[in-house]
Design a protein around this ligand. Structure first.
Ligand code: BG6
Length: 470
């Protein structure tokens, strides 16, 4: 087989990501500082894989210096994580800072910078305080939007001079999809209107935080955006009914956030659909104006696998509440390539297809890959005699995806980087440590000790040489 060298442009971000709640652990946390997911874990520990969850996670809160040492060794140029809203404050109404937690964030940021690694910080990666969910219904409430803006202001005041990369949310559509569309998480209520309201309130919160960021003057030295997870959608066929199913899927799950945050407005077709089904979110003209005026500087995109849809082949049960699946069904592509260790389709061309779409539909907006990676179950079976995980499958996954991404970059799309999910193994909602994603192994049988996987050395070489063979 012929091999080819692929060059990575100078200044192209080559980093890795995690989030606060998936790594830091509860050390020093008060019960009143539970996030929505902390509470979910406390009440339903049995449904989290092997009982692991955010309680200890990777113990990053205590071991961040060690981890930053590994980041430096690998050569990461950027590291993305979040500030845990539920932990950063002790009083959410008055934005009173938990000085102990903030001191850890201070030091983590300083340590990253001292090691030549740019911090990229997200204000909410599923860390909405549980008490705001209980008292106000979470993101359904405008009051929560206001509290988020207050929290953002406190964070900017403290770290705005040091951190240049800011994001409001990570995957803002996902939580409410699990909670109010799929109804698989507390409060187990299928309510599409609430789903839409959460989507809208998060778009409004993004615009308000963008406005605040600009008002403080921080935009002169930094940027603010949002991290989205566009579900790269392919219709089963070119037949009009399949195309229509894909178009509607895209409206509900992608354009619902891409459009307001980048273009400053909702697609008119989405409004029509919401009105038709009685799920239009509560809004005012003034709020839509705020969204229009305060679009983001850039977006991060989390891409993992393609989403294939077709028109419904079975009738919709009219007695069930409206759900976007009224218009589509998921479709399994025969012969598709699968990740044998996680059950997700592997289709690296999503990088290229999404890249072209960004250029065609969203103009010159700057964007980067904020997450892409390969989850592997029972990964310790791949350890060699020295105890190192030989993850050649991950090396292949990353290089195939990077190849497609860099092809698009060569063709002129405005993509500025690639961040791997994840820097280290970490806990995900309910699957906990089941699927491993890290460049760095977290050994649960041995005091959560860290060990670089083969992919970490491969990534290290790639970053150092700014090229790789494929
Ligand atoms: C991504 C999420 O979609 O999936 C991450 O953004 C999560 O937060 C990752 O960790 C992996 O999920 P899972 O279910 O394979 O562990």
């Amino acid at each position: 087989m012929q091999t080819k060298m692929i060059n990575v442009p100078e200044n192209f971000i080559m980093g890795a990501a995690v989030s606060a709640w998936q790594t830091e652990g509860w050390s020093g946390k008060k019960d009143s500082q539970d996030s929505y997911l902390d509470l979910w874990y406390k009440n339903n520990q049995n449904v989290w894989h092997d009982g692991y969850g955010p309680a200890v996670a990777t113990d990053f809160r205590n071991r961040y210096k060690e981890d930053i040492g590994y980041m430096k060794e690998i050569g990461l140029t950027h590291f993305r994580t979040s500030i845990n809203w539920s932990r950063f404050l002790v009083d959410y109404e008055n934005a009173v800072v938990d000085e102990d937690y903030a001191a850890y964030i201070d030091d983590m940021i300083n340590e990253l910078i001292a090691n030549g690694i740019e911090p990229m910080l997200c204000l909410e990666h599923y860390e909405v305080p549980a008490v705001l969910f209980e008292n106000y219904g979470g993101w359904g409430s405008e009051h929560v939007v206001e509290l988020f803006v207050k929290y953002a202001e406190t964070v900017f005041e403290r770290y705005g001079d040091k951190v240049k990369h800011w994001f409001t949310f990570n995957e803002p559509v996902v939580v409410q999809t699990r909670v109010y569309l799929d109804a698989i998480r507390y409060p187990f209520e299928q309510n599409t209107k609430k789903w839409m309201q959460w989507n809208y309130n998060k778009a409004l919160a993004t615009a308000k935080v963008v406005a605040l960021f600009r008002k403080t003057g921080l935009n002169k030295r930094g940027k603010i955006g949002v991290i989205l997870n566009p579900e790269v959608t392919y219709a089963r066929s070119t037949a009009p009914h399949d195309q229509e199913a894909a178009r509607i899927y895209d409206l509900f799950f992608n354009r619902v956030f891409l459009d307001p945050s980048i273009k400053g407005e909702y697609p008119k077709e989405l409004f029509e659909l919401m009105e038709k089904h009685g799920i239009t979110f509560e809004h005012t003209k003034e709020e839509l104006q705020i969204i229009q005026t305060n679009t983001v500087d850039y977006v991060g995109l989390n891409l993992y696998f393609p989403h294939r849809v077709q028109a419904r082949t079975s009738a919709w049960n009219e007695r069930t509440p409206f759900h976007p699946a009224y218009y589509y069904e998921k479709f399994d592509l025969p012969g598709k390539k699968m990740n044998p260790y996680r059950g997700w389709e592997i289709y690296p061309q999503i990088m290229y297809d999404m890249a072209l779409r960004m250029k065609e539909e969203y103009g010159n907006i700057e964007w980067f890959i904020a997450e892409n990676g390969m989850g592997v179950e029972k990964e310790k079976r791949f350890k060699n005699k020295d105890g190192m995980i030989e993850d050649d499958y991950r090396i292949e996954f990353i290089s195939d995806h990077l190849k497609w991404l860099l092809k698009a970059v060569e063709e002129g799309v405005n993509c500025t980087g690639y961040m791997l999910w994840a820097f280290s193994d970490n806990v995900s909602p309910m699957n906990a440590f089941k699927n491993r994603y890290g460049l760095v192994e977290i050994n649960l049988e041995d005091n959560r000790n860290r060990k670089l996987k083969k992919s970490a050395y491969w990534f290290q070489k790639l970053i150092a040489e700014r090229q790789f063979e494929t």
